[in-house]
Design a protein around this ligand. Structure first.
Ligand SMILES: [Fe+2]
Length: 317
């Protein structure tokens, strides 16, 4: 009943309103049409409030939509909803019409202002287009790496906004390759020392490109440092161990994994179990050992083989 009353109040105040009868439908609506604000009844059927909020805030397309959770005023309200969730406002039932309209006005206005003043999502979409032109394989690889990074970050306890920053950085991690010629990028044989030097500048190029678009923070640091190695022999800054930002250490693991299983011009695609072997071999050398363990645990531990592998070109690019 809260849904109908809320919808009626908003429609009478002049807002365009769409409703969903359960959590799954709410998620589908939010993904398929532009929304300025979502009112979410904590007692919504099918999907729990936690699943819906995480689903909305965890998706690039819906993360910026403000969410108002409507719940009874009770001592265990926070437990009912789920602690640590990143909704934007808690409205207690029974809902007062004036409160409802004040919250709607405020959140819709601030959401629109934020989207207008911080066009990071538009910048990212624009850069996605650059990636497509650069190389369709790079684009697909970047999408997969973004998803792996987001999932691993969430598993490690990063906040939703940190996970989003990490996913953005992961998606754009090789954007600096636009400064490198296609001949080098698609070369199937060994790189010359000059070509290797050029290739190793792509993380710095990428971080600088994003700075130009004022996309900094987590995404920028993950991009700049995604080829640092745990043992200090990486680039561009030869950072060691935990001096490497955690987001960049996460990105290094998931990037290498996807390169191994999807292949490169210089290297055939390998099986998942082979990739797991290679990641394990590089624990404490190329990768943070704990992050390798967490990633293997996430990626179906039953598939992890204990077989040792053979040496191959370093896991990079
Ligand atoms: Fe890279």
């Amino acid at each position: 009943m809260a849904r109908r009353r809320v919808a009626a109040c908003l429609i009478l105040a002049g807002y365009d309103v769409t409703t969903a009868s359960d959590g799954q439908e709410a998620l589908e609506r939010a993904r398929s049409q532009p929304l300025d604000l979502i009112f979410l009844d904590a007692a919504m059927p099918r999907l729990g409030t936690r699943d819906i909020v995480v689903g909305l805030k965890g998706s690039r397309d819906t993360a910026s939509i403000p969410i108002v959770v409507m719940a009874p005023r009770a001592p265990d309200t926070e437990n009912l909803i789920g602690g640590g969730l990143e909704y934007d406002f808690l409205l207690h039932k029974p809902i007062n019409r004036d409160d409802l309209l004040a919250v709607a006005r405020s959140l819709i206005r601030s959401g629109r202002e934020a989207r207008a003043s911080l066009p990071a999502s538009r910048v990212v979409r624009g850069l996605e287009g650059v990636l497509e032109v650069l190389d369709p394989d790079t684009r697909d690889h970047s999408h997969r790496v973004g998803e792996y990074a987001y999932q691993l970050g969430a598993r490690l306890g990063l906040t939703l906004s940190e996970c989003e920053g990490l996913r953005r950085g992961a998606f754009l991690h090789d954007i600096g390759k636009v400064r490198i010629g296609g001949a080098v990028l698609s070369k199937s044989g060994p790189l010359t020392s000059e070509e290797t030097k050029m290739m190793r500048e792509h993380p710095s190029h990428g971080a600088r490109i994003l700075e130009g678009f004022e996309v900094r923070g987590i995404a920028g640091e993950a991009i700049r440092h995604h080829h640092e190695r745990w043992d200090g022999s990486g680039y561009p800054d030869r950072l060691t161990g935990e001096a490497i930002p955690q987001t960049a250490r996460i990105l290094a693991v998931v990037d290498a994994f996807d390169v191994i299983v999807s292949g490169r011009p210089y290297q055939e695609a390998a099986s998942y179990s082979r990739a797991f072997d290679l990641l394990r071999q590089e624990k404490g050398r190329q990768f943070d050992p704990q992050l390798v363990d967490a990633f293997l645990e996430m990626m179906a531990p039953e598939m992890v083989s204990s077989r040792a592998g053979t040496s191959r070109r370093p896991l990079e690019e």
